[in-house]
Write a protein that binds this ligand. Structure first.
Ligand SMILES: [Zn+2]
Length: 236
């Protein structure tokens, strides 16, 4: 039989982490003295484990306790696990956040020393696109690159727009191509942009691979690459 206390209704929200701390503590005080609610909290804890929520780990750790510890102790420990207290003490379950290290790398300005017969065509394509409307920027650059597939700067702009749209794979294809097909400052910029793209896409290994390359070639970003690689490795 279920407990008739209205607090019983809050067991499910507690197990799903939807209950505020104050309400949770009030409920746990009741669970300590109510066998029915203790049993139901036990069931909810199982459901939470099955659902593989972030609570899984602390609840898993408690399995060993469950067999041995007195019921009230189990209730307290599960309660605090659901509140996230145990997890804070034993270490966070949150994934390391590599994306926080990623910066937006803008395509470089046109180099005045480089003669580019399509510069005004590219500028027109970009200017026609509504500001910050990355989807139409991509459409314009698709058309431009169909005509001028070797135009590295246009490819860089497209990668940048794809990244802004969250299309990391498409952006990577363009930047990897630039690494292979270009030389000089634009290649350096493309590699540096690729590093930040890999971080934004939560691919630290790929980012470190590119950073190693930058360091080895001792290009324009070598110093910053060493520093950033250290910061990536420090994320845990
Ligand atoms: Zn109760």
């Amino acid at each position: 039989m279920s407990c008739l206390n209205p607090l019983h209704q809050r067991l499910s929200p507690l197990a799903q982490g939807e209950l505020g701390r104050e309400h949770a503590l009030e409920l746990l005080a009741h669970v300590e003295v109510c066998a029915n609610c203790a049993r139901d909290l036990d069931l909810y804890a199982d459901l939470v484990t099955v659902a593989a929520s972030p609570l899984t780990r602390p609840v898993d750790r408690l399995e060993r306790w469950r067999a041995r510890a007195p019921k009230f102790l189990f209730v307290i420990v599960v309660g605090f696990a659901l509140l996230g207290v145990i997890d804070q003490v034993l270490g966070p379950t949150k994934k390391p956040d590599y994306a926080a290290l990623a910066e937006r790398v803008e395509p470089p300005a046109t180099d005045p020393n480089v003669v580019d017969p399509y510069a005004s065509e590219l500028a027109a394509a970009l200017a026609d696109a509504p500001r910050e409307d990355w989807a139409s920027v991509v459409v314009k650059l698709d058309a431009f690159l169909d005509l001028h597939p070797d135009h590295a700067l246009a490819r860089f702009h497209r990668a940048s727009a794809q990244r802004a749209l969250g299309r990391f794979d498409a952006a990577r294809v363009d930047l990897r191509l630039l690494r292979e097909a270009t030389q000089g400052p634009l290649r350096d910029d493309a590699e540096w942009a690729l590093v930040h793209l890999e971080l934004a896409a939560d691919e630290p290994r790929a980012a470190l691979g590119v950073l190693d390359d930058i360091e080895r070639r001792n290009g324009a970003y070598a110093g910053r690459a060493i520093e950033l690689a250290e910061r990536v490795r420090a994320v845990r």
